[in-house]
Write a protein that binds this ligand. Structure first.
Ligand code: F6R
Length: 242
């Protein structure tokens, strides 16, 4: 595992965007796995700025998002589809058909999960997967206790995750109770993983990831078994880590 320390959130975002853009230049038809949440927002904004200045092309890139809430229409401002359009897709030259996010309003969610797993496989797998980490160690929406063998599946969100995500909604009651997420084995099949960590509140989770045992009660600990993981974090998230 490689660790790159940035002085602050902005520098972390610059480094992460540079990292991703370099990969796109190297492999213009890459399959790029994306995350939502606060952490990658600055990275996406830097990618947009680079697109405007340098015209890095996303014409042949395919994106595959980690997860989506169950029950939110795609045009709901809190759906991850909406988030991705608003914060990245609408500002770069990517065709909508090249962007993939689980359909949280599918009539048969189990079938949708299987279809998403098949789609990733049929696209040739994920070349670079961007991840954030939850305070409880979740990756994607794989909460503590999720099997390391899991594939794309429907999850009941942990109360701590609903509380953490309530900041994006008017009230906790509005936060969906379920989501579709790539499974841990799905994530682990990515050829390369880039984990972004920022702010003091993530420091404990990063320490546990690096020093704790590999254990399904801390999903991110599985990343220690992957051959190609890079963490880019700011000083606050990486404090005390050598
Ligand atoms: C988002 C996702 C989550 C977040 C995690 C951290 O698609 O899968 O695992 O990466 O909850 O969220 P932030 O970045 O908001 O702290």
């Amino acid at each position: 595992m490689r660790i790159i320390e940035a002085n602050n959130y902005q520098e972390m975002s610059n480094l992460a965007a540079e990292y991703i853009i370099k990969k796109i230049h190297h492999t213009p038809q890459m399959n790029l796995g994306l995350a939502t949440g606060s952490t990658p927002l600055g990275t996406y904004s830097e990618m947009i700025e680079d697109y405007e200045k340098n015209r890095t092309s996303y014409a042949h890139v395919r994106t595959i998002n980690l997860d989506e809430y169950v029950g939110l229409e795609t045009n709901h401002p809190n759906s991850y589809k909406y988030f991705m359009k608003e914060n990245l897709f609408d500002h770069i030259n990517i065709a909508e058909g090249h962007t993939h996010i689980p359909n949280g309003t599918a009539s048969n969610i189990e079938k949708e999960c299987q279809a998403y797993e098949d789609l990733i496989k049929n696209q040739g797998g994920i070349d670079l997967q961007i991840l954030g980490i939850g305070n409880n160690g979740h990756i994607g929406f794989n909460e503590p206790g999720t099997s390391f063998e899991s594939k794309t599946h429907k999850v009941k969100l942990a109360e701590s995750t609903r509380i953490a995500n309530a900041r994006f909604f008017n009230s906790i009651q509005e936060v969906p109770t379920h989501a579709i997420t790539m499974g841990i084995s799905t994530i682990l099949k990515s050829k390369e993983i880039l984990l972004l960590v920022s702010r003091e509140e993530k420091n404990e989770a990063v320490k546990q990831l690096l020093n704790g045992p590999k254990n399904e009660n801390f999903p991110a600990s599985v990343l220690n078994t992957h051959q190609n993981v890079t963490i880019i974090g700011d000083k606050k998230a990486l404090a005390g880590i050598t």
